[in-house]
Ligand binder design. Structure first.
Ligand SMILES: Cc1ncc(COP(=O)(O)O)c(C=O)c1O
Length: 370
Protein backbone atom coordinates (compact mmCIF):
# COMPACT_ATOMS: atom_id res chain seq x y z
CA UNK A 1 0.00 0.00 0.00
CA UNK A 2 1.18 3.57 -0.58
CA UNK A 3 2.74 5.31 2.42
CA UNK A 4 0.18 8.10 2.86
CA UNK A 5 -2.72 5.64 2.82
CA UNK A 6 -1.09 3.47 5.49
CA UNK A 7 -0.64 6.49 7.75
CA UNK A 8 -4.20 7.75 7.28
CA UNK A 9 -5.62 4.29 7.86
CA UNK A 10 -3.53 3.78 10.99
CA UNK A 11 -4.93 6.98 12.50
CA UNK A 12 -8.46 5.92 11.60
CA UNK A 13 -8.00 2.40 12.97
CA UNK A 14 -7.35 3.90 16.42
CA UNK A 15 -10.76 5.55 16.37
CA UNK A 16 -13.79 3.96 17.89
CA UNK A 17 -17.13 4.82 16.49
CA UNK A 18 -19.52 3.52 13.92
CA UNK A 19 -19.97 6.26 11.30
CA UNK A 20 -23.72 5.65 11.41
CA UNK A 21 -23.93 6.23 15.18
CA UNK A 22 -25.20 9.51 16.52
CA UNK A 23 -22.77 9.81 19.44
CA UNK A 24 -19.79 12.14 19.26
CA UNK A 25 -17.29 9.45 18.32
CA UNK A 26 -19.55 8.16 15.56
CA UNK A 27 -20.12 11.66 14.22
CA UNK A 28 -16.40 12.35 14.19
CA UNK A 29 -15.73 9.25 12.10
CA UNK A 30 -18.66 10.13 9.84
CA UNK A 31 -17.22 13.59 9.22
CA UNK A 32 -13.88 12.17 8.12
CA UNK A 33 -15.60 9.55 6.03
CA UNK A 34 -17.67 12.19 4.24
CA UNK A 35 -14.54 14.26 3.61
CA UNK A 36 -13.01 11.15 2.04
CA UNK A 37 -16.14 10.73 -0.09
CA UNK A 38 -15.85 14.36 -1.26
CA UNK A 39 -12.19 13.88 -2.14
CA UNK A 40 -12.93 10.71 -4.10
CA UNK A 41 -15.87 12.39 -5.87
CA UNK A 42 -13.53 15.13 -7.13
CA UNK A 43 -11.10 12.58 -8.56
CA UNK A 44 -13.90 10.46 -10.07
CA UNK A 45 -15.73 13.43 -11.56
CA UNK A 46 -19.01 12.66 -9.85
CA UNK A 47 -21.18 14.06 -7.08
CA UNK A 48 -20.36 12.78 -3.58
CA UNK A 49 -23.87 11.36 -3.24
CA UNK A 50 -23.23 9.20 -6.30
CA UNK A 51 -20.60 7.15 -4.45
CA UNK A 52 -21.69 3.88 -2.87
CA UNK A 53 -18.94 2.16 -0.92
CA UNK A 54 -18.73 -1.62 -1.33
CA UNK A 55 -16.45 -4.38 -0.08
CA UNK A 56 -14.69 -4.80 -3.45
CA UNK A 57 -14.79 -4.07 -7.15
CA UNK A 58 -16.37 -7.50 -7.56
CA UNK A 59 -19.24 -6.49 -5.29
CA UNK A 60 -19.72 -3.17 -7.10
CA UNK A 61 -19.88 -5.02 -10.46
CA UNK A 62 -22.42 -7.53 -9.13
CA UNK A 63 -24.54 -4.79 -7.56
CA UNK A 64 -24.57 -2.72 -10.75
CA UNK A 65 -25.26 -5.51 -13.22
CA UNK A 66 -27.88 -7.35 -11.17
CA UNK A 67 -29.44 -4.16 -9.82
CA UNK A 68 -29.85 -2.51 -13.23
CA UNK A 69 -31.18 -5.76 -14.68
CA UNK A 70 -33.73 -6.18 -11.85
CA UNK A 71 -34.74 -2.53 -12.13
CA UNK A 72 -35.43 -2.69 -15.86
CA UNK A 73 -36.75 -6.22 -16.34
CA UNK A 74 -40.31 -5.24 -15.25
CA UNK A 75 -40.22 -2.75 -18.16
CA UNK A 76 -39.88 -5.64 -20.61
CA UNK A 77 -36.10 -5.42 -20.80
CA UNK A 78 -34.69 -8.92 -20.29
CA UNK A 79 -31.37 -8.62 -22.16
CA UNK A 80 -27.97 -8.11 -20.55
CA UNK A 81 -25.20 -6.98 -22.93
CA UNK A 82 -21.54 -7.37 -22.06
CA UNK A 83 -18.29 -7.44 -24.02
CA UNK A 84 -16.35 -10.65 -24.57
CA UNK A 85 -13.34 -9.38 -22.65
CA UNK A 86 -14.95 -8.51 -19.32
CA UNK A 87 -13.34 -9.52 -16.04
CA UNK A 88 -14.92 -12.54 -14.37
CA UNK A 89 -16.53 -10.13 -11.90
CA UNK A 90 -18.88 -9.16 -14.78
CA UNK A 91 -18.86 -12.37 -16.86
CA UNK A 92 -19.90 -14.53 -13.94
CA UNK A 93 -22.78 -12.39 -12.60
CA UNK A 94 -24.04 -12.09 -16.21
CA UNK A 95 -24.00 -15.87 -16.57
CA UNK A 96 -25.60 -16.17 -13.14
CA UNK A 97 -28.44 -13.90 -14.27
CA UNK A 98 -28.90 -16.18 -17.27
CA UNK A 99 -28.76 -19.44 -15.32
CA UNK A 100 -30.81 -18.38 -12.28
CA UNK A 101 -32.93 -15.46 -13.36
CA UNK A 102 -33.87 -16.02 -16.99
CA UNK A 103 -31.82 -13.15 -18.44
CA UNK A 104 -30.77 -13.32 -22.08
CA UNK A 105 -27.06 -12.50 -22.18
CA UNK A 106 -25.59 -11.14 -25.42
CA UNK A 107 -21.82 -10.94 -25.72
CA UNK A 108 -20.32 -8.38 -28.09
CA UNK A 109 -16.99 -9.37 -29.62
CA UNK A 110 -13.76 -7.42 -30.01
CA UNK A 111 -11.39 -6.95 -32.95
CA UNK A 112 -7.84 -8.30 -33.10
CA UNK A 113 -6.63 -5.23 -31.21
CA UNK A 114 -8.98 -5.99 -28.34
CA UNK A 115 -11.42 -3.13 -29.01
CA UNK A 116 -15.18 -3.75 -28.82
CA UNK A 117 -17.08 -4.12 -32.11
CA UNK A 118 -19.10 -0.89 -32.03
CA UNK A 119 -20.85 -1.78 -35.28
CA UNK A 120 -22.21 -5.00 -33.77
CA UNK A 121 -23.34 -3.15 -30.65
CA UNK A 122 -25.08 -0.48 -32.70
CA UNK A 123 -26.81 -3.08 -34.88
CA UNK A 124 -28.04 -4.87 -31.76
CA UNK A 125 -29.37 -1.65 -30.25
CA UNK A 126 -31.04 -0.69 -33.54
CA UNK A 127 -32.83 -4.04 -33.63
CA UNK A 128 -33.51 -4.78 -29.98
CA UNK A 129 -32.73 -1.62 -28.00
CA UNK A 130 -36.03 -1.64 -26.13
CA UNK A 131 -35.29 -5.15 -24.80
CA UNK A 132 -31.91 -4.29 -23.27
CA UNK A 133 -31.84 -3.79 -19.49
CA UNK A 134 -28.16 -2.92 -19.13
CA UNK A 135 -24.91 -2.71 -21.11
CA UNK A 136 -21.66 -3.35 -19.26
CA UNK A 137 -18.31 -2.70 -20.95
CA UNK A 138 -15.06 -2.27 -19.06
CA UNK A 139 -13.13 1.00 -19.40
CA UNK A 140 -9.86 -0.84 -19.92
CA UNK A 141 -8.91 -4.48 -19.96
CA UNK A 142 -6.89 -6.00 -17.15
CA UNK A 143 -5.01 -8.46 -19.38
CA UNK A 144 -4.09 -6.29 -22.35
CA UNK A 145 -4.53 -2.76 -21.01
CA UNK A 146 -6.61 -1.82 -24.07
CA UNK A 147 -8.96 1.14 -23.47
CA UNK A 148 -12.54 0.88 -24.73
CA UNK A 149 -14.58 3.65 -26.47
CA UNK A 150 -16.97 4.15 -23.53
CA UNK A 151 -18.22 7.63 -24.53
CA UNK A 152 -19.24 6.25 -27.95
CA UNK A 153 -20.98 3.29 -26.33
CA UNK A 154 -22.94 5.65 -24.06
CA UNK A 155 -23.93 7.79 -27.05
CA UNK A 156 -25.26 4.73 -28.93
CA UNK A 157 -27.04 3.40 -25.81
CA UNK A 158 -28.67 6.75 -25.02
CA UNK A 159 -30.68 6.55 -28.23
CA UNK A 160 -32.60 3.61 -26.72
CA UNK A 161 -32.40 4.86 -23.09
CA UNK A 162 -30.20 1.94 -22.02
CA UNK A 163 -28.12 2.39 -18.86
CA UNK A 164 -24.38 1.76 -19.31
CA UNK A 165 -22.12 0.45 -16.57
CA UNK A 166 -18.34 0.42 -16.91
CA UNK A 167 -15.90 -1.61 -14.82
CA UNK A 168 -13.20 1.06 -14.55
CA UNK A 169 -11.07 -0.66 -11.94
CA UNK A 170 -7.94 -0.70 -14.11
CA UNK A 171 -8.26 2.84 -15.46
CA UNK A 172 -8.82 4.83 -12.28
CA UNK A 173 -5.94 7.27 -11.65
CA UNK A 174 -4.00 5.82 -14.60
CA UNK A 175 -5.78 7.45 -17.55
CA UNK A 176 -8.27 10.34 -17.77
CA UNK A 177 -11.59 9.13 -16.37
CA UNK A 178 -14.61 11.24 -15.48
CA UNK A 179 -17.92 9.68 -14.57
CA UNK A 180 -19.96 12.74 -15.52
CA UNK A 181 -18.09 13.42 -18.77
CA UNK A 182 -18.55 9.82 -19.92
CA UNK A 183 -22.28 10.07 -19.20
CA UNK A 184 -22.35 6.66 -17.54
CA UNK A 185 -25.15 5.38 -15.33
CA UNK A 186 -22.79 3.30 -13.19
CA UNK A 187 -19.08 2.71 -12.77
CA UNK A 188 -16.94 0.35 -10.65
CA UNK A 189 -13.67 1.20 -8.88
CA UNK A 190 -11.40 -0.68 -6.48
CA UNK A 191 -8.85 0.76 -4.05
CA UNK A 192 -6.13 -1.85 -4.25
CA UNK A 193 -5.42 -1.10 -7.92
CA UNK A 194 -4.18 2.38 -7.01
CA UNK A 195 -2.12 1.46 -3.98
CA UNK A 196 -5.03 1.72 -1.55
CA UNK A 197 -6.22 -1.00 0.83
CA UNK A 198 -7.64 -4.37 -0.17
CA UNK A 199 -11.34 -4.99 0.29
CA UNK A 200 -12.84 -1.61 -0.53
CA UNK A 201 -14.60 -0.71 -3.75
CA UNK A 202 -16.93 1.93 -5.10
CA UNK A 203 -20.07 1.71 -7.16
CA UNK A 204 -20.67 5.12 -8.69
CA UNK A 205 -24.39 5.30 -9.40
CA UNK A 206 -25.99 8.30 -11.06
CA UNK A 207 -28.17 10.49 -8.86
CA UNK A 208 -31.85 9.70 -9.00
CA UNK A 209 -31.26 6.10 -10.09
CA UNK A 210 -32.49 3.58 -7.58
CA UNK A 211 -31.66 -0.11 -7.97
CA UNK A 212 -32.65 -3.17 -5.96
CA UNK A 213 -29.97 -4.15 -3.45
CA UNK A 214 -28.13 -7.42 -3.04
CA UNK A 215 -27.37 -6.79 0.66
CA UNK A 216 -30.26 -5.80 2.91
CA UNK A 217 -29.91 -4.52 6.45
CA UNK A 218 -29.16 -1.17 8.03
CA UNK A 219 -29.96 0.83 4.91
CA UNK A 220 -26.54 2.47 4.50
CA UNK A 221 -25.40 3.89 1.16
CA UNK A 222 -28.81 4.87 -0.26
CA UNK A 223 -30.21 1.52 0.93
CA UNK A 224 -28.29 -0.05 -1.94
CA UNK A 225 -25.43 -1.44 0.13
CA UNK A 226 -26.29 -2.11 3.75
CA UNK A 227 -23.48 -2.82 6.20
CA UNK A 228 -21.36 -0.77 8.58
CA UNK A 229 -19.05 1.46 6.57
CA UNK A 230 -15.37 0.56 6.60
CA UNK A 231 -14.10 4.01 7.58
CA UNK A 232 -10.35 3.23 7.73
CA UNK A 233 -10.34 1.69 4.25
CA UNK A 234 -12.47 4.49 2.82
CA UNK A 235 -10.04 7.08 4.20
CA UNK A 236 -7.10 5.06 2.84
CA UNK A 237 -8.79 4.87 -0.58
CA UNK A 238 -9.29 8.65 -0.65
CA UNK A 239 -5.66 9.35 0.25
CA UNK A 240 -4.40 6.92 -2.40
CA UNK A 241 -6.61 8.59 -5.02
CA UNK A 242 -4.95 11.93 -4.30
CA UNK A 243 -1.39 10.70 -4.73
CA UNK A 244 -0.02 11.11 -8.23
CA UNK A 245 0.96 7.98 -10.14
CA UNK A 246 3.87 8.72 -12.52
CA UNK A 247 1.93 7.46 -15.52
CA UNK A 248 4.18 9.08 -18.14
CA UNK A 249 7.29 7.45 -16.68
CA UNK A 250 5.51 4.10 -16.45
CA UNK A 251 4.33 4.33 -20.06
CA UNK A 252 7.88 5.15 -21.14
CA UNK A 253 9.18 2.15 -19.22
CA UNK A 254 6.57 -0.01 -20.92
CA UNK A 255 7.77 1.18 -24.34
CA UNK A 256 11.36 0.49 -23.36
CA UNK A 257 10.38 -2.96 -22.10
CA UNK A 258 8.31 -3.84 -25.16
CA UNK A 259 10.98 -2.71 -27.61
CA UNK A 260 13.65 -4.66 -25.70
CA UNK A 261 11.59 -7.86 -25.56
CA UNK A 262 10.68 -7.73 -29.26
CA UNK A 263 14.34 -7.23 -30.14
CA UNK A 264 15.48 -10.09 -27.90
CA UNK A 265 12.72 -12.46 -29.08
CA UNK A 266 11.99 -11.50 -32.70
CA UNK A 267 8.95 -13.77 -33.17
CA UNK A 268 7.23 -12.50 -30.02
CA UNK A 269 4.33 -10.09 -30.49
CA UNK A 270 2.27 -7.71 -28.39
CA UNK A 271 -1.45 -8.23 -27.90
CA UNK A 272 -3.39 -5.01 -27.89
CA UNK A 273 -3.97 -1.70 -29.57
CA UNK A 274 -1.56 1.13 -30.15
CA UNK A 275 0.43 2.70 -27.32
CA UNK A 276 -1.90 5.70 -27.16
CA UNK A 277 -5.02 3.74 -26.26
CA UNK A 278 -3.41 1.52 -23.67
CA UNK A 279 -3.02 1.70 -19.95
CA UNK A 280 0.51 2.77 -19.10
CA UNK A 281 1.46 -0.23 -16.99
CA UNK A 282 0.22 -3.36 -18.79
CA UNK A 283 1.74 -5.24 -21.69
CA UNK A 284 0.63 -8.64 -22.95
CA UNK A 285 3.08 -10.58 -25.11
CA UNK A 286 2.84 -13.90 -26.98
CA UNK A 287 5.97 -16.05 -27.12
CA UNK A 288 5.23 -18.67 -29.81
CA UNK A 289 6.20 -22.23 -28.96
CA UNK A 290 6.00 -21.78 -25.20
CA UNK A 291 3.50 -22.64 -22.49
CA UNK A 292 2.79 -19.64 -20.32
CA UNK A 293 2.69 -21.72 -17.12
CA UNK A 294 6.24 -22.94 -17.75
CA UNK A 295 7.35 -19.41 -18.59
CA UNK A 296 5.76 -18.07 -15.46
CA UNK A 297 7.55 -20.57 -13.25
CA UNK A 298 10.90 -20.06 -14.98
CA UNK A 299 10.58 -16.29 -14.59
CA UNK A 300 9.43 -16.65 -11.01
CA UNK A 301 12.52 -18.72 -10.19
CA UNK A 302 14.55 -15.69 -11.29
CA UNK A 303 12.54 -13.31 -9.14
CA UNK A 304 10.36 -11.95 -11.96
CA UNK A 305 6.59 -11.94 -11.50
CA UNK A 306 4.34 -12.11 -14.55
CA UNK A 307 0.85 -13.51 -14.95
CA UNK A 308 -1.07 -15.58 -17.46
CA UNK A 309 -4.49 -14.00 -17.16
CA UNK A 310 -6.00 -17.43 -17.47
CA UNK A 311 -8.20 -19.00 -14.87
CA UNK A 312 -7.21 -22.21 -13.17
CA UNK A 313 -10.18 -24.43 -12.45
CA UNK A 314 -9.64 -27.71 -10.65
CA UNK A 315 -6.04 -27.82 -11.80
CA UNK A 316 -6.96 -27.39 -15.46
CA UNK A 317 -5.36 -24.33 -17.02
CA UNK A 318 -7.70 -22.59 -19.43
CA UNK A 319 -6.56 -20.18 -22.11
CA UNK A 320 -7.46 -16.52 -21.55
CA UNK A 321 -10.97 -15.69 -22.78
CA UNK A 322 -9.66 -12.20 -23.61
CA UNK A 323 -7.00 -13.47 -26.01
CA UNK A 324 -9.40 -16.01 -27.53
CA UNK A 325 -11.84 -13.15 -28.18
CA UNK A 326 -9.02 -11.28 -29.96
CA UNK A 327 -8.57 -14.17 -32.39
CA UNK A 328 -5.98 -16.36 -30.70
CA UNK A 329 -6.36 -20.12 -30.77
CA UNK A 330 -5.97 -22.13 -27.54
CA UNK A 331 -2.30 -22.79 -28.23
CA UNK A 332 -1.22 -19.20 -28.91
CA UNK A 333 -3.39 -17.88 -26.07
CA UNK A 334 -1.53 -20.26 -23.80
CA UNK A 335 1.80 -18.91 -25.01
CA UNK A 336 1.09 -15.41 -23.71
CA UNK A 337 2.08 -13.51 -20.60
CA UNK A 338 0.96 -10.28 -19.02
CA UNK A 339 3.60 -8.02 -17.51
CA UNK A 340 2.61 -5.22 -15.14
CA UNK A 341 4.74 -2.16 -14.58
CA UNK A 342 4.19 0.34 -11.80
CA UNK A 343 5.62 3.32 -9.96
CA UNK A 344 8.30 1.18 -8.35
CA UNK A 345 9.50 -0.48 -11.58
CA UNK A 346 13.02 0.57 -12.57
CA UNK A 347 15.08 0.66 -15.79
CA UNK A 348 17.42 -1.82 -14.12
CA UNK A 349 14.63 -4.33 -13.54
CA UNK A 350 13.52 -4.00 -17.13
CA UNK A 351 17.05 -4.51 -18.41
CA UNK A 352 17.32 -7.61 -16.21
CA UNK A 353 14.16 -9.18 -17.66
CA UNK A 354 15.20 -8.44 -21.23
CA UNK A 355 18.61 -9.92 -20.51
CA UNK A 356 17.22 -13.12 -19.00
CA UNK A 357 14.41 -13.62 -21.46
CA UNK A 358 16.19 -15.37 -24.40
CA UNK A 359 17.46 -18.18 -22.15
CA UNK A 360 14.10 -18.49 -20.42
CA UNK A 361 12.24 -18.66 -23.73
CA UNK A 362 14.65 -21.31 -25.07
CA UNK A 363 14.17 -23.36 -21.93
CA UNK A 364 10.37 -23.00 -22.14
CA UNK A 365 10.39 -23.98 -25.82
CA UNK A 366 12.54 -27.04 -25.09
CA UNK A 367 10.18 -28.06 -22.26
CA UNK A 368 7.23 -27.64 -24.59
CA UNK A 369 8.73 -30.03 -27.16
CA UNK A 370 9.12 -32.85 -24.63
C1 LIG B 1 -11.02 -5.16 -14.43
C2 LIG B 1 -11.27 -5.65 -13.04
N1 LIG B 1 -12.51 -5.67 -12.57
C3 LIG B 1 -12.79 -6.08 -11.34
C4 LIG B 1 -11.81 -6.52 -10.49
C5 LIG B 1 -12.19 -7.01 -9.13
O1 LIG B 1 -11.91 -6.05 -8.15
P1 LIG B 1 -11.71 -6.52 -6.64
O2 LIG B 1 -10.41 -7.25 -6.59
O3 LIG B 1 -11.72 -5.27 -5.83
O4 LIG B 1 -12.86 -7.42 -6.31
C6 LIG B 1 -10.48 -6.54 -10.94
C7 LIG B 1 -9.41 -7.03 -10.06
O5 LIG B 1 -8.41 -7.51 -10.45
C8 LIG B 1 -10.20 -6.09 -12.24
O6 LIG B 1 -8.96 -6.09 -12.74
Amino acid sequence: MVEGAIEAMSVQLEKLGNPSSLHTQGREVRKELEQAREQLAKVIGCHASEIIFTGSGTEANNTALKGLFWKNRPLGRNVVVISAIEHHAILDPAHWLHDHDGAEVIVIGVDKHGVIDLGALKALIDNRGDEIAVISVMHSNNETGVIQPIAQIVAIANVASIPVHSDSVQSFCKVPLSFSELGLTAMTLSAHKIGGPLGIGILVLKRGIDIPAILHGGGQERDIRSGTLNAPSIVGFAVASGLPIPVKDIAQLREEFTAGVLKAIPDAFVNGGSASDQLPGIVNITFPGTESDTLLLLLDSKGISASTGSACTAGVQRPSHVLLAMGHNDKSARSSLRFSLGATTTHLEIAKVIDLLPAVINQARAANLR
